[in-house]
Design a protein around this ligand. Structure first.
Ligand code: NI
Length: 174
């Protein structure tokens, strides 16, 4: 498996709409790409990664949380790989969310996300999946879906006062 290059904020691909995945899903090339995407996420200690972050403008993301040194205080969740994802908000409840992004290294910012969601899409074998998520898993799913629409976490921040380097986050905000 390969570690793919993660592109950084300023790269135009991070601001583009990604395209739906079609019949290519089951191809050897696309399945290898999914393996590489998962491998890259784990290698970078990401809680999730979306295809545009490795400059592939396709609607797929993957997320996983276990023993992650970048997020030592967060709840764990299993590996999800979601193709052509959609999110439904179950209610109006919002939650504060301190987020980072592999495409905006060493930066954190506080924003708000929906607390309870249903994540729908298809899995890597092409079967429909539907997961009710809350807490950090719901936050990560919303963050990754944003990447497929060219949206970055800074776009969701109401105030830039919490735009923070990692070191200062750990010093002043935890
Ligand atoms: Ni991100």
């Amino acid at each position: 498996m390969a570690v793919l290059e993660v592109i950084k904020m300023g790269h135009p691909s991070l601001r583009k709409q990604s395209q739906a995945v079609g019949d290519e899903l089951l191809s050897f090339e696309f399945q290898t790409f999914i393996d590489d995407l998962i491998h890259t996420m784990r290698h970078q200690n990401g809680a999730g990664i979306a295809a545009p972050q490795v400059n592939v403008l396709k609607r797929v993301f993957t997320m996983e949380m276990k023993n992650n040194p970048r997020y030592p205080d967060r709840n764990t969740f299993p590996l999800y790989t979601i193709i052509n994802p959609e999110i439904e908000y179950i209610d109006d409840q919002l939650t504060d969310s301190w987020e980072g992004c592999l495409s905006i290294p060493n930066i954190r910012g506080k924003l708000q996300r929906y607390k309870n969601i249903v994540l729908r899409g298809i899995d890597r074998e092409g079967s429909p999946i539907e997961e009710q998520l809350d807490g950090f898993a719901a936050i990560v799913a919303q963050h990754e879906l944003d990447h497929l629409n060219g949206i970055l976490l800074i776009d969701r921040m109401k105030s830039m006062e919490t735009l923070t380097f990692q070191e200062e986050y750990e010093k002043y905000w935890i």
